[in-house]
Design a protein around this ligand. Sequence first.
Ligand SMILES: *Cc1c(COP(=O)(O)O)cnc(C)c1O
Length: 242
Amino acid sequence: MNSVSENLERVREQIARAAAKVGRAASDVELVAITKTHPAEKVREAIEAGQNLFGESRIQEARAKIPELPSNVRWHFVGHLQKNKIRHALPLFELIHSVDSLGLAQDMNRIAEEEAMHPRVLLEVNVAGEGSKFGFQPDKLCEQMEELLSLPRLSILGLMAIPPLAEEAEASRKYFVQLHELRDRLQSEFRVDLSQLSMGMTQDFAIAIEEGATLVRVGTAIFGERKGAFKSTHGGLGTAAP
Ligand SMILES: *Cc1c(COP(=O)(O)O)cnc(C)c1O
């Protein structure tokens, strides 16, 4: 397997190529290197290769890992956030990609008030209407947007989506288009700025960039396959690992 620095270089080239293809600047796209299940040493290799923005999807793992690493690197949270973990999450992450219900947003607003914080968040949209997935249904989001925008402590910067797993990267394109269109609709209907679109993972980040992603969340292409060293508390990983 290639080194983390070689992998990072290749991913950065692919980002630049995808951006150029549609006339966007590569600097409009931020790479969030997803470190879940990978130990701090791997993250350090990426830092040495110039990466300073990382993402985690489990609070317990993040609470152990982040303090082992230099304090000047930036962290985003991309996983489902349980309400009882909000207080732990707020000081660790500069952006939470995955506010997936009005109830979570309201609890976060209340806790942020108690902690005198102003969290920056994205709203996660269940673009394919999958029963098994977290996120707002698009119609529901339009209904609840007013209420979300009235939460004074939250800065809502944009939308995030995780399309269904597919063999073909091209299969994700229509979901990325949907997320982009939903964003445009919310912006004009509610007169807000939702400039961030978090979409695209190892398999399909180039297509996400063609469709307007400003944040791509890439793990495997940088750090290699996840081996299940950390067992997921909600069943996803440990069971699927070989
Ligand atoms: C794990 C994860 C990623 C990265 O997935 P890869 O396919 O390894 O690039 C991106 N987004 C979220 C929400 C994740 O949980």
